[in-house]
Ligand binder design. Sequence first.
Ligand code: NAD
Length: 702
Amino acid sequence: MTAKVRLTEAENIARIEFDHPEKDVNLLDTETLLQLKDILASLRGRVDLSAVLVTSAKPRVFIAGADIREVETFTDRELAFSKSEGAKAILQMIEDLKVPTVAVINGACLGGGFELALACRYRVAGFSDAVRIGLPEIQLGIVPGMGGMLRLPRLLGIIKALPLILTGKMVGAKDALKLGLVDELFPDKTLPEQAAAFARNAPLKRDERPLSFLTRFFEKTSVGRYWVFRSARKRVLTQTRGAYPAPLRAIEILRKTGGLTPVSGSRIESEGFADLVGSEVAQNLIRLYLLNERYKKFPWTDLRLAPEPVLTCGVVGAGVMGGGIAQLLSNRNIAVRVKDIHTEALGGALREAYRLYGESVRRKKMKPFERDRKMSLISTGLTREGLRGCGIILEAVVEDLGVKQKVFRELGAITGPGTILASNTSSLSIHDMAKGTPHPERVIGLHFFNPVNRMPLVEVIPADVTSQETIERTVQFARSLGKTVVVVKDVRGFLVNRILGPYLNEAGYLMAEGISPERLDAAARKFGMPMGPAELLDHVGIDVGCKVAHILEEAYGARMKTAPLLERLVGKGYLGKKVSLGLYRYKGKQAARNPGLDLPKPARVLPEEEVLKRLLSVMVNEASRCLDEKVVAEAGAVDIGMIIGTGFPPFRAGLLRYADHTGLKKIVEDLERFAASVDRERFTVAPLLARLAANGQTFYPS
Ligand code: NAD
């Protein structure tokens, strides 16, 4: 057994130091906890020491939490319960030490790591931006199971602890001090010495903070507590629409454990942890977490080039996307030159960037001088001047192949071999754009989603002529912007729009059968989508949706035949939110059905479940075609793309995970039924899906 924790002693101070020998981070897995237990047993009853410090030997990480891969295996309730009880008993040994205990937080202190720190009498941290403290368990569909549910409210009071537990929010060093999560902050360089001095002077017993009258009312009276928990429950139900059980269980645990010690309340927390961890929702959220981690680092090429920061970028086309990209780049401290053919567009892009920064300033996330500095990184022009020396030039002009080809030819002629030429097209062929340029190997697709600053996904689309180096550098670049990358084959709609297209199109057919937009949206929202397909069509623009539908129809034929209703809506000028009239009419904050819609009366009442099956089965079918054609290599790439690109419900862990869970045989049966009763072409079962279902297999290896 390799040592992951060690004990040293000097000048009357014992130091428990975490140092995982193989990983960059410290994790609290069973093995580490058992080693900690032995160390704590050796310190039990020692009164000769001045203090015990808990430290980390890793730079920028204290303890990043439990080992999620291990937690994923706690599907047996009894096992999960005993793991939680066992871990708590070990952390209780820290609390029971007879000398002051101090956690020295030099970086990420999350989940179980923070629960360990909470078992210490005191916590001190460095000023470093690496310090992040919190209990993010709720985001994995579970509750903290190492005593955090009892110790955090004891430290902060329920009112301050509740939002931290219910949102899983992580806070930086300064906020941690303000909230009372840590007792002192010290400069990183002198943290070890100052922490030791702090420990030497720390009394064994902490001073209780006096409570204000209001806090006493809400925390200590039954009426106050009833009100606090009731309003928290209401808020959670509004935000999660009941799809996530963990926050509700957390409220329940906090309600039941009020006034109990970590020992007397232990069982209540362990039961909550054990009930949740094996649940479908928690297992899905854990899978999604692991998938996210995988795709943060996924090696898309065989090359392993050293990262080369891009210092200057060009953006051609200053519309919605070009403007958004320019703001994103400047926000990452990259100087960006924006070119357009219209002065007004350039002004618009600058105004939009200023507006976005203004929001950050208003929310006190940015100082005005930082906004001004970042704005000064954006320069604009009507000529190609200033684009020559750029590391990457992103093209975001109108969606027209002829225009884009011309732009690429010109850019190819004025730039050297070090410049990557990337297109933000959502539907055109990268190959067609690349072939006319002098250096096609430097051309690639880099598809951002709208709004650029908020959507975490980018699709990177190499053409068949794109060099491996261009792919690798583009992936590195997109990651440096904080985006998650999926590398996708150069097919129409790439991955996300190709799968989302049939869903929106099917919504058009369903509405033409008399299913109201409200019913469609309610069904999709109930399933967990952030908005329904009718709302999404209005949001994207029905004309844009229709244009994409036509491109997909042209590429994939009859199964993607554009719903005639969408064309009719465009013809009537019902373009969506941008003109305040689409499937809904937008007046102020209220949206009501567009009175001019005039949908037919449905021939028969279609149950909600049936509506959902139609919407979802076409997506699963198309996703299976994408896998078959190697648009992406594995089911995980489809799922990560659909979740972070379209908001597919995270608690379902993705479209194909949902399909596996439902049963591919059932989905095939649904498709066959729809093919017979609704439309043969749209619902023809894709070969891979048919094969997997027939063999009793799943998209994910089981
Ligand atoms: P937009 O119409 O808002 O902006 C296009 C801009 O390009 C205009 O300002 C126009 O003046 C400029 N332009 C046209 N020809 C030019 C030329 N030769 N040189 C320089 N500038 C020129 O378009 P948008 O919505 O920002 O879309 C841009 C690209 O991004 C398109 O390829 C689109 O498919 C893609 N895209 C759009 C979205 C979206 O939601 N809007 C999402 C992803 C990708």
